[in-house]
Ligand binder design. Structure first.
Ligand code: TYC
Length: 109
């Protein structure tokens, strides 16, 4: 990036922000929620709202998707954040003795 004075006296700042940002984007990972027969729908919706910051409508939609299809995406994050979310949910699920399963997979776009 450089400042260059034009003949009319104005200053033009050249930026390479776009190219730079694309190169620096960290890899992203999907946090997957897995269905089971014991975890309540209400708990899954609460987790989607509290840990994955989903709206009530989104949380219900995702929960029902997982309930019907076996697996679904709770959110997409950097690896560190994805791991933290999984651990937070695991703690909450263990406290309630629910067998809720989560996994992390690369979000190859
Ligand atoms: N299948 C569960 C039930 O009927 C609900 C559920 C949905 C559980 C999503 C886990 O990731 C899950 N109570």
């Amino acid at each position: 990036m450089s400042d260059k004075e034009e003949t009319d006296g104005s200053i033009v700042t050249k930026t390479r922000t776009q190219a730079k940002q694309r190169l620096q984007k960290p890899p992203l990972y999907r946090v997957l929620l897995h269905n089971d027969d014991y975890t309540t729908r209400e708990f899954v919706v609460d987790v989607l709202r509290q840990i994955f910051r989903r709206s009530q409508e989104d949380a219900v939609r995702i929960m029902l998707h997982v309930h019907h299809n076996g697996v679904g995406v709770a959110g997409v994050y950097t690896y560190e954040v994805a791991e933290m979310k999984v651990r937070s949910v695991e703690v909450l699920a263990q406290q309630r003795e629910y067998p809720l399963m989560l996994s992390i997979e690369p979000d190859d776009d």
